[in-house]
Write a protein that binds this ligand. Structure first.
Ligand code: ADP
Ligand code: MG
Ligand code: MG
Length: 861
C-alpha cells in the first residue's frame, strides 16, 4: 500500500532529507531537523504523489488519505496535548506548501487553522490573552479567506484601515482584543457578502479546504512563471505540510524570524537575518513590515536604531546561533532558516539550502573547503555553471534599456517585473523577504526596506528628503551594502580573481575536456585568454570581409566573371586578411587556432542598392549594369543550402588559396617575430563528400609548400573539417582519411538534422516547448538523441579511421552546460564557445568529469 502521509516531530520522523521528491523540500527538511533532535513543532506531510493523483483524478484524493490524515492529526494532538476543534484547548495548525525545490512565496500557506467562534473564545480563556486569540482569528479569516475562498485580501486590509482610522491609531499593535473582535465580525460579514456563504466554522472542513488550496496553488500564474524561469518541470507537484502552530504573536517574549547561516549576498561567514517581536512569520517574509536585525553587527552595518535579537533576546539568540552551527555542519551548506519564539522558547519551522548570488556561491564554496566542511570536488560540483553569467555582465547590454524596479513593497506577484529589471529597490520589507530572496536567486541586486525613500507610484516619482528622482532618472543600487546612489556609478567588470579564480583552478584539475573560444577579433581573443581559453576553436573569416573597404573588394571579386578578375580583387584583400591573422596569432601564441575558410553563401555579400553596385562597378572597371546582371545571376532561392562552404572553395579555388596563403604568411611572420609557433588548424566548412576535402587539402598543402619555400621557414598546420551535415557524420571514416580534425558545427548540424531553420524556428518552437513536443530548444541544448547520435557515429567512425583524430565542437552549444556534459561523455577533446562563456564551459567540463568518476565509484561499490 502506498504511504500518503509521513509524520515528524518529537525527535523522530518517517522521512529524511533525501526524500525531497516525495515530501517536498520543506517536508523532507522538517523531518531531517526532527531526526536531529531540533525543536520542530510536530506535524505531517502529505506527499507529492497525492498532488499528482489530485491532478490526474479531477482534484479527488486517493482512497485512504482521509483516514491517514485523521490518524496523523491524532498523533499531533497527543504530542502537543491539545485537540483539533476542542472548544477549551484547541490545537491549531498551519497548512504549508512545499515543492521539491523551493519556490519562495510562490505557493500558498495558511496559518492558525482550526479557529472558529468557539475555539477562539477557548484560546482566549486558556491563554488568558484574548488580544492574541482574536488577533490570530482575524489573521486566519484574512488568510483563509484570500487563499482558500478567493476573497481578495484588499477587502480585509481596507476594513482594518477603516477601523484604525475610527479609533484614531496608526499601528496594529495599538489595537486591543475588542478591536479584533469587531474586525472579526466585519471580516465574516465581508466573506458572506462576497461568497453568499458564511465563513466555515468546522475545523475539518477548513483543513480539507486548505489542503486543496495548497495543491491548487501549484498552478497559480506566479508559480507557473517561476517554474518556467527556473526550468522546474510542471509535473513535479507540491507536498502539503500540516503542522502544529507555535505562536510568535503572544507578547513581547515572542518573535518570529528568518535567517541565513551566511550572508547570501556576499557569502561572508556571518549570521544574517531579521526578526519581528510579537508577530507571525508571514509578517517578515511577506515584506510588509520592516524587521529588526538579528545581530548587533548587522544592526550597526545597516545603521538601524531598533535593538538586535542578540541584545533583546540574548538567551534565545544564543540557542539559535547554536542551531545555525549545527545545521551548517550537518548539511555542509549555507542554510536559509525560519524560526519562531513562543514565550522564550525557540522553534524551528524550516531549513533549506539558501539561495545566493553567484559571488556568494563562490565564496561559500571556497570558504567551506578551507573550513574542512567540504572537499574541492564538492565545491566544484556545487556551483551552477549557468550562474557564472551573473558575474559577467554579458547580455545586460543586449537586453536594451536597463530598468530598476522601484516599489513600496514587492510581493511575489512582481516576479515578471523582477525578471525584466536589472535590480529591485523597495522602501519596505527586509533583506530576507521573499522578494529579496527571489531577486537574489535571479542574480538581481536588491535593496529592500530603504525607509527614507518616499514613493509616489501614481506620479512616478521617488523622494529622499529634498531630492526628487523621476521615472527615467539614472540610479545605481548596491545589493551588497544596501546603498542607493543617484546617477550611474561605474560598476566593476569582474575579473577572474579571488574565489572565482581559485575555484576555476580546482575545476581545471578535474576536467579532461579542453575549452577553447570562438573569436575573430583581437578584443575577443584577449578576453577569452583572460578567461582561460586554451585556444581558438572557431575563427570565422567572413566577418573579416565585411569590414570597411574590404566589402567593395569582396564584391568586386564576386562579380568578376574570370579567374583573373577574381585574383585581382583577392590580391587587394590578402594583405588585410594576413594582418588580421598576425594580430590574432600574436595574442594566441603557443595555443592552437582553428580558422574556418570562407563559409557563407556569396549571396550574403551581394551589393543590394544601386549605389552599392555603382561603387563596385567603379572599383572593378565594369559597367553598373554588368554588376547588376551578375548579382541577379548569383541570387539563390535557398542560400543556406546553396553555394556556400567548401562548395565555394571548389568552384572558386582562388578564394581559399588566398586565405591559406594569408594564414601561412601570418604564421611565418609571427614565428619570425616572437620565436613561438602558432598551431594553425585550417578548417574546411560544410563538407559532405570526402572528395571535396581531398581536393581542397591538396591545394592547401601546395600553398603551404610555396610559402615555406619563399620564406624559407615551415610552420606546423593541420587541415580538418567542420562536421555539420548528417552525411558528413555518416561518411566520417572516409572523411577522416584527409581530415586531421573534426569540429562539430552543431548549429548547422541541428538545422540540417531537423530540417529546421534556426532563424525561423522561434515562431513555433515556443508552442512546441509549451506542449512538451520538444522539451528544450535544440539550438540551446544539443539534442542528445538525434543530433547527438550523429555526433557519436562520426566520433566512432572517424577515430576508427584515424585514432589521433582531434575532436571538438564549435556551435553555440559549446557554452551550454548540459551540452558540454554531452561532449565530455562522447569523448570529444574540446569545446569552443564565446569568450564570456569560457568559465562556464570550464566548470561544466569539470562537473562532467566529476559526475563520471562518482558514477564509476558507484559502479565498483
Ligand atoms: P513559504 O514557503 O512561503 O515560506 P511557509 O510554509 O514557510 O511558507 O510559511 C510561512 C511562514 O509561516 C513561516 O515562515 C513561519 O513563520 C509561519 N509558519 C508556518 N508554519 C508555522 C507553524 N506551525 N507555527 C508558526 N508559524 C508557522
Ligand atoms: Mg517558508
Ligand atoms: Mg555552419
Amino acid at each position: 500500500m502506498t504511504q500518503w502521509v509521513y509524520r515528524f516531530g518529537e525527535g523522530k520522523a518517517d522521512g529524511r532529507a533525501e526524500m525531497k521528491n516525495l515530501l517536498g523540500g520543506k517536508g523532507a527538511n522538517l523531518a531531517e531537523m526532527s531526526n536531529l533532535g531540533l525543536p520542530v513543532p510536530p506535524g505531517f506531510t502529505i506527499t507529492t504523489e497525492v498532488c499528482t493523483y489530485f491532478y490526474q483524478n479531477a482534484k479527488a484524493y486517493p482512497a485512504g488519505l482521509e483516514g491517514d490524515v485523521k490518524s496523523a492529526l491524532g498523533s499531533v494532538e497527543t504530542q502537543v496535548g491539545r485537540k483539533f476543534g476542542d472548544a477549551d484547548n484547541p490545537l491549531l495548525v498551519s497548512v504549508r506548501s512545499g515543492a521539491r525545490v523551493s519556490m519562495p512565496g510562490m505557493m500558498d500557506t495558511v496559518l492558525n487553522l482550526g479557529l472558529n467562534d468557539k475555539t477562539a473564545a477557548g484560546l482566549a480563556k486558556r491563554t488568558g490573552n484574548p488580544r492574541f486569540a482574536y488577533d490570530s482569528y482575524r489573521r486566519f479569516i484574512q488568510m483563509y479567506g484570500h487563499v482558500v475562498l478567493g476573497v481578495d485580501h484588499h477587502h480585509f486590509e481596507e476594513l482594518l484601515e477603516l477601523h484604525k482610522e475610527d479609533r484614531g491609531v496608526s499601528l496594529d499593535t495599538e489595537l486591543g482584543a475588542e478591536d479584533w473582535q469587531k474586525l472579526i465580525e466585519a471580516y465574516k460579514a465581508k466573506v458572506k457578502e462576497e461568497l453568499g456563504e458564511a465563513f466555515p466554522q468546522d475545523p475539518l472542513r477548513q483543513l480539507w479546504g486548505a489542503i486543496g488550496a495548497v495543491f491548487g496553488s501549484w498552478l497559480t500564474a506566479r508559480a507557473v512563471t517561476y517554474r518556467k524561469l527556473h526550468n522546474i518541470p510542471e509535473n513535479w507537484g507540491t507536498a502539503v505540510n500540516v503542522q502544529a502552530m507555535v505562536f510568535g504573536n503572544m507578547g513581547d517574549d515572542c518573535a518570529t524570524g528568518v535567517a541565513f547561516t551566511r550572508n547570501p549576498s556576499t557569502g561572508a561567514n556571518e549570521f544574517y537575518g531579521e526578526f519581528l517581536v510579537n508577530a507571525q512569520g508571514e509578517d517578515v517574509v511577506a515584506g510588509i513590515r520592516t524587521p529588526q536585525h538579528l545581530t548587533i553587527a548587522g544592526k550597526k552595518a545597516n545603521r538601524s536604531t531598533l535593538p538586535a535579537m542578540e541584545e533583546a533576546m540574548t538567551a534565545v539568540f544564543g540557542e539559535l546561533d547554536g542551531v545555525r552551527k549545527r545545521l551548517e555542519s550537518h548539511y555542509r551548506d549555507m542554510q536559509d532558516i525560519e524560526f519562531t519564539v513562543e514565550r522564550g522558547k525557540l522553534y524551528m519551522l524550516q531549513t533549506r539550502s539558501g539561495k545566493r548570488t553567484a559571488q556568494a556561491a563562490l565564496k561559500v564554496a571556497v570558504d567551506m573547503v578551507g573550513e574542512g566542511l567540504i572537499d574541492r570536488r564538492q565545491a566544484v560540483s556545487r556551483i551552477d555553471p549557468a550562474s557564472l553569467d551573473q558575474l559577467q555582465a554579458e547580455d545586460r547590454g543586449a537586453r536594451g534599456e536597463k530598468v530598476i524596479l522601484v516599489r513600496t513593497e514587492t510581493s511575489p506577484e512582481d516576479i515578471h517585473g523582477m525578471h525584466a529589471a536589472v535590480g529591485v529597490l523597495t522602501t519596505r520589507g527586509g533583506m530576507t523577504s521573499h522578494a529579496a530572496v527571489v531577486a537574489r536567486g535571479m542574480g538581481r541586486p536588491c535593496v529592500s526596506g530603504a525607509g527614507d525613500l518616499r514613493i509616489d507610484e501614481a506620479a512616478r516619482i521617488m523622494k529622499v528628503r529634498d531630492v526628487v528622482v523621476r521615472d527615467g532618472d539614472l540610479l545605481t543600487i548596491d545589493g551588497g551594502t544596501g546603498e542607493v546612489m543617484l546617477g550611474e556609478v561605474p560598476t566593476i567588470q569582474p575579473e577572474l580573481s579571488g574565489d572565482f579564480s581559485e575555484l576555476m583552478t580546482w575545476a581545471d584539475q578535474f576536467r579532461r575536456l579542453k575549452v577553447r573560444t570562438n573569436a575573430e577579433t583581437p578584443t575577443d581573443a584577449r578576453m577569452a585568454r583572460r578567461f582561460g581559453a586554451e585556444g581558438i576553436g572557431l575563427c570565422r573569416t567572413e566577418h573579416m570581409f565585411f569590414d570597411g573597404g574590404r566589402i567593395v573588394a569582396m564584391r568586386e571579386m564576386i562579380v568578376a566573371d574570370t579567374t583573373e578578375g577574381r585574383r585581382a580583387a583577392l590580391a587587394k584583400i590578402m594583405p588585410m586578411q594576413r594582418d588580421d591573422f598576425v594580430e590574432l596569432f600574436r595574442i594566441m601564441r603557443g595555443l592552437p587556432v582553428t580558422i574556418r575558410l570562407l563559409d557563407p553563401p556569396l549571396h550574403e555579400f551581394l551589393p543590394n542598392s544601386r549605389s552599392e553596385m555603382e561603387e563596385v562597378a567603379k572599383a572593378a572597371g565594369v559597367s553598373t549594369d554588368h554588376v547588376a546582371q551578375r548579382a541577379a545571376m548569383l541570387k539563390e532561392s535557398n542560400p543556406m543550402l546553396g553555394h556556400r562552404g567548401c562548395r565555394l572553395g571548389i568552384t572558386y579555388p582562388e578564394v581559399y588559396e588566398m586565405q591559406a596563403r594569408a594564414i601561412f604568411e601570418a604564421a611565418t611572420l609571427v614565428k619570425q617575430e616572437t620565436g613561438e609557433t602558432v598551431e594553425t588548424e585550417i578548417m574546411i566548412p560544410l563538407v559532405a563528400i570526402p572528395r571535396e576535402l581531398s581536393i581542397l587539402k591538396e591545394m592547401i598543402d601546395r600553398v603551404a609548400g610555396e610559402v615555406a619555400a619563399a620564406r624559407k621557414m615551415t610552420t606546423p598546420y593541420l587541415v580538418g573539417t567542420m562536421i555539420e551535415l548528417p552525411r558528413a557524420c555518416l561518411m566520417a571514416d572516409k572523411i577522416a582519411v584527409d581530415a586531421a580534425f573534426f569540429s562539430f558545427g552543431t548549429n548547422d548540424l541541428t538545422q540540417t538534422t531537423y530540417g529546421l531553420s534556426r532563424d525561423d524556428a522561434a515562431r513555433f518552437l515556443q508552442d512546441y516547448e509549451r506542449r512538451g513536443i520538444l522539451p528544450v530548444d535544440p539550438f540551446i541544448t544539443l539534442d542528445p538523441e538525434g543530433v547527438g547520435e550523429l555526433v557519436k557515429i562520426a566520433v566512432e567512425r572517424g577515430r576508427r579511421q584515424r585514432p589521433e583524430l582531434k575532436l571538438g565542437i564549435c556551435g553555440e552549444h559549446g557554452g551550454d552546460p548540459a551540452s558540454v556534459r554531452f561532449c565530455a561523455r562522447v569523448g570529444l577533446d574540446y569545446v569552443s564557445c564565446s569568450p564570456f562563456r569560457v568559465p562556464i564551459a570550464r566548470l561544466a567540463a569539470a562537473q562532467a568529469a566529476l559526475a563520471d568518476t562518482s558514477a564509476a565509484a558507484h559502479a565498483t561499490d
